[in-house]
Design a protein around this ligand. Sequence first.
Ligand SMILES: [Zn+2]
Length: 360
Amino acid sequence: MTTEHDDQRYVEHLQRQLLREGTEEFIREQASYLDSKREEVAEIFKNLAASTNKLPSKWQAGVLAFERTSHLDCFYSTSIFNPLLEKALAICKKAEIEPTNPIHFYNSPGLEPTAAALPSNDTHMLFAGQGTFSFCNYWSKIFSEALFEAAATTLELQKWDPVIFLEQIKKTSIIEKATKLAIWYSLHDTLVGYGKLEQEERFTSLRSLLLNSMEIFVVGHEIAHFCYYEAYPDTNGLAPDQSDKDLEINCDNIGLAVCTVYGIGENNTFATNFIGPLVFLYSIHLCEKVKEIITKKPRHDSNSHPSINDRIKNVFKFAKVAKVHPDILEIMKDSLDAAIVIGSQVQLIATEVASKNTDV
Ligand SMILES: [Zn+2]
């Protein structure tokens, strides 16, 4: 038996492994800023909850009551991911795919967009943090606006037309904003620290829904790792004859199932129709592509992870197996197509930037 103190030291040890050089100082500064301005931040949350943002009003009380379990803990990570974890687990329980061991959430001080699951025979640990929520937040700003424009164009023409969509989108600043984000990512491997990205207030609700649908997919995927671990503890979750890549796809499938059920319960069509997962995966794909262009270094395929392209294809495969209505498949295709239209423009500009800049 370990004591609570030992457990906390273990968590801190794991958090440290996720840290990147120089990040600790950044996290300390963030924490002390929040501590010095709790009353003001609580007031901001109060106003946001009252506006159309639909931010849960408990954030206001939460920021005042928040107690850091370690100096690497983060109020925002806990407030975003803990409720999603609870909801995702309730969905899994109903579907009888819930892990037996309890899952504890901890802030990941890592900066990468992906979360991390640490299964064990005792308590599972889920790490997610600013790397994930800032990545999802920035790209949901880009794609909520893009999907809004795509829907408006489709409605006007009575059909989806990528050429007209591109014409429309060129009148906005979406491509420019997406390019800046992708280039920033290609240089830093994260969007943490990117700074302000303006978005008109009319897109706020749409953006929140898209953001939420991306995050619930991430959480669902990590819960799946715990389920598979409990089924096959000796092989870290791998079933006989299964590869690491198969496992990742299977975890995506549970993530997709959680996402769509969550969407139905929360009235979030981006989640119900798998748009959040598609946007999340495509955003990673785009960032990786732009990184290849900017750094002029081709990316090597991972041995353990399927390519993002395969994961995107799997979303459609999953939707077909789940027998979603053909109209929904159409919406999924058009949404991905809209994202690709933007992504192609971003890659064109990145290529131009890279050709002018031999020393990025
Ligand atoms: Zn995974």
